[in-house]
Each structure stands twice: as structure tokens, then as C-alpha cells.
Design a protein around this ligand. Structure first.
Ligand code: CP
Length: 302
């Protein structure tokens, strides 16, 4: 039986991840034929609670719910009673009384999705909580890699950028380890957690990150960190840590570039990569919708 909630990838076994990716593949085929399976969650309700900005995650959860025939209610901080001082748990309990099958939550505070999950009856899906986890991003990333390479076992994935503050990196490291892929990371020393080498290989040069990699994943640089002196200027960041076509020539034949978005153009990814078919960031968006459909089905269907 599926667990009630989907809060992080640590503790989610390979069989469950494989089954979600397999189902997402079937759902993608239906979607590409223009045939959304509207009966799957007919009569069910999904609530989106977004306390932090989002384009991809929020819109793809909305699309995923609607494609499965669910009613989707979306709440964001602006325009809600959070502005009048209502707290997170009271807000979640209020929305749970609309009897949704699932609540999808994004919040700036790590642990907020776990806290909500312990107060509501609905299944809770973590759509990103602070620096902690973004499990559905990792799910869609793994789907994209599996679709391109046919499997994840033995694949080498380099994640480059602000590892310290990245919930995307953390969730990918967890999920890819479960699926048998090799992960290495590289970025400014000020943005690398001290104990990262216990989880995966930490590269000591940009060349080491690219050589032997099948996937090179850039992470969004949070420009506000530049004010704190955690990385050099945006231009220098691109020079020392940017993903460009010249560096991609060091990677394995057929290697691709991924990015969770939103991209700071010309900083994490150079324009030549963004204009190249080896960059699959747009495919990742479609894959986000179908993997979230598979997840909503797993959690909400009786
Ligand atoms: N990848 C991602 O989480 O993007 P959004 O912030 O636009 O949802």
C-alpha cells in the first residue's frame, strides 16, 4: 500500500520509484495522443498551497490534477487570509476541511510539509520546503534521464552550482542513489556543504565534473546570495562554474544538460547551451506534469 504522504525521496524504495516512472510513461503517451484520462480522479479534489513563488511546479500540479479529472483548488499567500495573520497549520486544517484527497504544499521553511502532513487527513505532497527537499522535481528529473538513456543504473550525473541551498540537489542525490546512478557535485566552496562527500563525490575542478558525465545539471544561482559574498559576480560565476558547449565536449558522447528552472540566462547556462538540443529543460516541464499525474494517481486513487 502507498504511504499517505510524499515528503522526500529518502525512504522511497526503488520499486515505488520505478512504478511511478513506468506509470508516468503510460500517462505521457496518453497526453501526447490528446487523450487525458479524466476518469482517474473524477470526484476527487486536490488543493495547492503555495507560500513561495512558483511557475513550473504550481502550474504542472494544476495541470496534472485537471488532466486526471480532479477538481483543483489553488491557494497562494497573496489574496489569502495568511495576509491577515492566519498561520500555516490553521490554514492547512481549514483547507483540509474541503475534503481534498491531496494537499500540495510549497513553503520557504524546511519541515513545513512534514508539519502539515501530521495535522491533516489528506495526502500531503512536498512541492519544495526551504533547503530541505523537492521530491517531485527529482522524480521528473529521473524520468527525463530514464527516457533519454533507457535506465538510471550506472548513469553518471554531475550537479553544478549552489549545492548548499539546493533542495533540488538534495532530492536528486537521494533518488539517484536509490536508482543506482552515480552522482558528483561541483560548485563554489562557499556553496558546498561540509559533509557532502559522505553522500556523493565532490569534484575539485570543473573538468572533473564534466569528464565521464552523461547528465550535467545546473542549479539556479540565487542572485541575492551574491550580496552576501558567497560567490563572485554573475559574470565570474559563468566563467568558473557555467555550463557551455565547450565544457560539454568533456562529457560523454550523447550527454545532456538539465536545469530545474527558472534559469538565469548566461549565468548557470550559457546561451549556446540554451539554444542547443542537448539542453532538455523544456522536456523536463512536460515530464513534470506526467510524473505529478502518476504521483497524484498513486496517492489519491482508491
Ligand atoms: N523547478 C521549480 O521548482 O520551478 P518553479 O519554482 O517555477 O516551480
Amino acid at each position: 500500500m502507498a504511504k499517505k504522504d510524499f515528503l522526500q525521496l529518502s525512504g522511497v524504495d526503488q520499486a515505488t520509484l520505478t512504478s511511478l516512472l513506468d506509470r508516468a510513461s503510460e500517462l505521457k503517451a496518453l497526453m501526447l495522443k490528446g487523450n487525458p484520462p479524466k476518469d482517474v480522479l473524477a470526484g476527487k479534489t486536490v488543493v495547492n498551497m503555495f507560500f513561495e513563488n512558483s511557475t513550473r511546479t504550481r502550474c504542472s500540479f494544476e495541470a496534472a490534477g485537471k488532466n486526471l479529472g480532479a477538481e483543483v483548488i489553488s491557494m497562494s499567500t497573496a489574496g489569502s487570509s495568511v495576509q491577515k495573520g492566519e498561520n500555516l497549520i490553521d490554514t492547512a486544517i481549514t483547507l483540509d476541511k474541503l475534503l481534498p484527497s491531496a494537499i500540495v504544499i510549497r513553503h520557504a521553511v524546511a519541515g513545513s510539509a512534514h508539519m502539515v502532513a501530521s495535522h491533516v487527513n489528506a495526502s500531503v505532497i512536498n512541492a519544495g520546503d526551504g533547503m530541505h527537499a523537492h521530491p517531485t522535481q527529482a522524480l521528473l528529473d529521473m524520468y527525463t534521464m530514464r527516457e533519454i538513456f533507457g535506465g538510471l543504473q550506472g548513469l553518471t550525473v554531475a550537479i553544478i552550482g549552489d549545492i548548499k541551498h539546493s533542495r533540488v540537489a538534495r532530492s536528486n542525490i537521494e533518488g539517484l542513489a536509490t536508482m543506482g546512478a552515480n552522482v558528483k557535485v561541483y560548485g563554489p566552496a562557499t556553496l558546498m556543504p561540509k559533509d557532502m562527500d559522505k553522500l556523493c563525490k565532490v569534484c575539485s575542478s570543473i573538468e572533473e565534473a564534466f569528464v565521464g558525465s552523461d547528465v550535467v545539471m545546473g542549479l539556479r544561482i540565487q542572485l541575492e546570495r551574491q550580496q552576501k559574498g558567497l560567490f563572485p559576480s554573475a559574470g565570474e560565476y559563468n566563467k568558473f562554474y557555467g555550463i557551455n558547449l565547450e565544457r560539454m565536449r568533456l562529457a560523454n558522447k550523447g550527454a545532456v544538460v538539465m536545469h530545474p528552472g527558472p534559469v538565469n540566462r548566461g549565468i548557470e547556462l550559457s546561451h549556446d547551451v540554451l539554444d542547443s538540443p542537448i539542453c532538455v529543460k523544456d522536456e523536463q516541464v512536460t515530464n513534470g506534469m506526467v510524473t505529478r499525474m502518476a504521483l497524484l494517481e498513486m496517492l489519491c486513487k482508491e
